[in-house]
Write a protein that binds this ligand. Structure first.
Ligand code: PBG
Length: 327
């Protein structure tokens, strides 16, 4: 009689290497980076260990990540308060901070993949991802189609500066199709769209909004970001984004939403990205800083879990550090 002994496949490190189903590599990572107009590199108090870079500092940081094998960065600007308007005109200024940074990065590292965030919140005086209108009862409304027009301008501005991938994080309806059409009509057929397909209205974004000073001035994002209780809705968004021409899909946050990554993996053949967001970073970082958890072990385990659930790539503030650990 055969006795099953699963432990035989765990007996030695060499056997464990042979049977491992999920492996992490620096090539799986996308590094989110923060930057501003100032000449200083400023530590971000809401995200210990993360810096808001000057343009020069950012070029150096991106170069270090690329040298460690991280193929891509995603850009998050902190825009000066004086440039923020209700219609976020600065979001598509060709002389603005983001286009200048794209050109500086491309000049220094032509092979680095540059991803840009397409949403209005850093540029919007209301702090929302879309254009805000107030009705006669004082209620806020986020205008969908008017916002999509501005997002198309923003995506084109990033494409003109040399972005490889534009990544709409705003959750307006129909924006993937509209951005695809705008890019194609201006000769940017080669620019990809990484859509935030299932972006939840999450409290885990808190430290990020502190980093960019981009929290909504009033109200919350629940009329456009998804309800954490829902998963069928993520499938609906997946089918729409696929039909609208997205090249890659994203789930955000990552760790508390592994079931969503898994369900989307079963639904689509498109590559899936997962965003380990600022609150997830902060939880791991603070527990490690207190000496309560082993940082290297928990970070690599959390990233492995995200990949095992079905993510092809992971946006993580640990990208550089994890790349060093995986060397
Ligand atoms: C905004 C945007 C947010 C994040 C990425 N893009 C914040 C939000 O939607 O309020 C969060 C990233 C993080 O928390 O690390 N378009």
């Amino acid at each position: 009689m055969i006795r099953p002994r699963p432990r035989r496949n765990r007996r030695t490190p060499a056997i464990r290497d042979l049977v491992r189903e999920t492996t992490l590599s620096a090539k799986d990572f996308i590094l989110p980076v923060f930057f501003h107009e100032d000449a200083e590199n400023t530590p971000i108090s809401s995200m210990p260990g993360v810096t808001r870079w000057s343009v020069d500092g950012l070029v150096k940081e991106a170069g270090e990540a690329f040298a460690l094998g991280v193929p891509a960065v995603v850009l998050f600007p902190k825009i000066e308060e004086a440039l923020k308007t209700s219609h976020a005109e600065e979001s598509h200024n060709d002389g603005g901070l983001v286009p200048r940074v794209i050109r500086a990065l491309k000049a220094a590292y032509p092979k680095l993949c540059i991803i840009t965030d397409v949403a209005l919140d850093p540029y919007n005086s209301d702090g929302h991802d879309g254009i805000v209108q107030r009705d006669e009862h004082g209620e806020l409304h986020i205008l969908n189609d008017e916002t999509v027009e501005v997002l198309c301008q923003q995506a084109l501005c990033h494409a003109r500066a040399g972005a490889d991938i534009v990544s709409p994080s705003d959750m307006m309806d129909g924006r993937v199709a509209a951005i695809r059409e705008a890019l194609d009509s201006e000769g940017f057929q080669h620019v990809s769209i990484l859509s935030y397909t299932a972006k939840y209205a999450s409290a885990f974004y808190g430290p990020f909004r502190g980093a960019l000073d981009s929290a909504p001035k009033e109200g919350n994002k629940k009329t456009y970001q998804m309800d954490p209780g829902n998963s069928r809705e993520a499938i609906r968004e997946t089918l729409l984004d696929e039909a609208e021409g997205a090249d890659m899909l994203m789930v955000k946050p990552a760790g508390p939403y592994l079931d969503i990554i898994y369900r989307m993996r079963e639904t689509t053949t498109l590559p899936i990205a997962a965003y380990q967001v600022s609150g997830e970073y902060l939880m791991l970082k603070t527990a490690a800083a207190a000496g309560w958890l082993d940082e290297k072990a928990i970070v690599l385990e959390s990233l492995t879990g995200i990949k095992r659930a079905g993510a092809d790539m992971i946006l993580t503030y640990f990208a550089k550090q994890a790349a060093v650990w995986l060397k």
